[in-house]
Design a protein around this ligand. Structure first.
Ligand SMILES: C[S@@+](CC[C@H](N)C(=O)[O-])C[C@H]1O[C@@H](n2cnc3c(N)ncnc32)[C@H](O)[C@@H]1O
Length: 264
């Protein structure tokens, strides 16, 4: 088959792209992605009711250093699982701004906060609806900690949805990776010097994970450094770590990298 005969869109293009990325691992990884995920309840006895979240997402969000009294920003917050973890760390002291661009998803985020957070803790949380890529233009050096859980390819979701699989093209991961770099630059501006940013995606596309961080390093050299983990979680990448369902009891995919803003 000639190169120009290969489909550019849809399931065949998806298969070709990810089998080239993952090689011999792809069939097993694909199989694991096709299994239903089994989110675990969190916050029993602390939240008003348990919230069900993938264990890999919980582990990653817990890595962001947040203490009561801190100023915290969640740039892409809906539906809100990771925001609940940040709110639990604040214990109602300090501030958490939970931002979400989509109005429908923002409504869902508000519902999640209302249904899970005790009143005293809700007072510390405010919900906004800005474009996170532009956040750093307006608020500079403000936050002690920022969560950037970027919009991503969500291949697990795509594989479960014939509609999304039919629409898939390699262009999607490139566009999302570019957006991720803009979001990383925005997070860099808004976090305080010495403050922390946790970058996360649920993608298995290296371009959106370590690839986006490498582009960010080139754009903003010397302005940030990855924070080494005391204990490795998942598989080490050139930047950050990746938790994949074929090797982590069905949890993930979840890529994350904790970094700190350096003094100029
Ligand atoms: C991976 S999801 C976040 C999941 C969330 N952190 C959680 O744990 O429940 C990414 C979110 O970013 C939102 N989003 C996409 N582009 C955005 C932008 N430019 N600014 C703010 N939010 C955006 C999407 O609507 C989506 O809800």
């Amino acid at each position: 088959m000639e190169e120009h005969d290969f489909p550019k869109k849809g399931e065949k293009a998806f298969e070709r792209f990810y089998s080239a990325v993952w090689g011999q691992r792809w069939p097993l990884l694909r199989e694991a992605l096709l299994q239903e995920s089994a989110p675990q309840g969190m916050g029993e006895g602390v939240l008003l009711q348990p919230y069900y979240l993938d264990t890999a997402s919980r582990l990653a969000a817990e890595l962001l250093p947040v203490s009561p009294g801190d100023k915290v920003l969640d740039l892409c917050a809906a539906p809100g699982g990771k925001t609940l973890i940040l709110a639990q760390k604040l214990k109602g002291e300090g501030t958490l701004v939970s931002n979400e661009l989509s109005s429908a998803r923002r409504e869902r985020l508000k519902r999640v906060l209302r249904d899970h957070l005790p009143d005293l803790w809700q007072k510390a949380v405010s919900v906004t609806g800005k474009d996170a890529t532009r956040w750093g233009l307006y608020q500079k050096e403000i936050y002690d900690a920022v969560l950037l859980d970027a919009p991503c390819s969500s291949e697990r979701h795509v594989l479960h949805s014939p509609k999304h699989l039919n629409l898939w093209s390699p262009h999607r991961t490139k566009t999302l990776a570019q957006q991720a770099v803009a979001l990383l630059c925005s997070a860099l501006e808004t976090v305080k010097t010495g403050g922390y940013v946790l970058y996360a995606t649920c993608s298995i596309s290296p371009e959106e994970n370590q690839g986006a961080l490498e582009k960010f390093r080139k754009k903003r050299p010397g302005r940030w450094a990855e924070v080494p983990l005391s204990q490795a979680i998942g598989e080490r990448q050139s930047w950050g770590y990746l938790i994949l369902p074929d090797t982590h009891q069905g949890q993930g995919p979840l890529f994350f990298c904790l970094w700190q803003k350096l003094a100029p």
